[in-house]
Design a protein around this ligand. Structure first.
Ligand code: MG
Length: 184
């Protein structure tokens, strides 16, 4: 089996790192509940364009300082011994170096690292069997097109449901969910 794993808000807590950085820049202090919103940057008075601008300027620091979720590194390393494992992120190419360095720094084992926004087409090309990701729009697309998906539970993705989507509320739940696909 070939599995693909997303980074931001799946393997590591990007929102917390963004909020720490943006609080420092703006002098505004968001609460952790604010971070439950998909567009939490609106609490700084920013639109998407402004968010993208600030993210591009400070993304290196954000990505380097982000921390893995509990058990994420251990589970991914176990999975990479058993399955082919591709890290698949929609981050811009400009952050490829810091992404690669972060993965090495945290001793995460994987076969490939790809930067792609069209994850469905990429998974088809690479013969990926299942994607593990937090984004509701990917979960919807994959399941509608007949592909298995493990959604990492986040407050902003709870409305997404489908028979091909399995929900993991933490990394410890991922291994049994994948085994159920492998034996299906
Ligand atoms: Mg993500």
């Amino acid at each position: 089996m070939h599995i693909a794993v997303d980074l931001d808000n799946t393997l590591l807590n990007t929102t917390s790192a963004c909020i720490a950085c943006f609080d420092e820049l703006t002098g505004i202090t968001l609460t952790s509940a604010d971070g439950d919103h998909y567009r939490y940057y609106e609490f700084y008075g920013w639109d998407e364009e402004m968010y993208e601008y600030v993210y591009r300027r400070h993304g290196h620091k954000i990505h380097w300082s982000s921390l893995p979720y509990p058990n994420a590194v251990a589970v991914v390393n176990q999975l990479s011994k058993k399955y082919r494992l591709t890290i698949m992120t929609a981050r811009p190419d400009v952050f490829s170096r810091v992404t690669y360095d972060w993965l090495r720094h945290h001793r995460i084992e994987f076969n490939d690292l790809v930067f792609e926004r069209d994850k469905f087409a990429t998974c088809q090309t690479l013969n990926v069997d299942v994607l593990i990701d937090d984004a509701p729009h990917y979960a919807q697309e994959f399941s509608e097109k007949g592909k298995h998906f493990v959604i990492m539970d986040q407050p902003y993705n709870r409305q997404v449901e489908h028979s091909l989507i399995r929900r993991a509320s933490g990394w410890q739940q991922v291994t049994p969910l994948l085994s159920s696909f492998a034996s299906a």
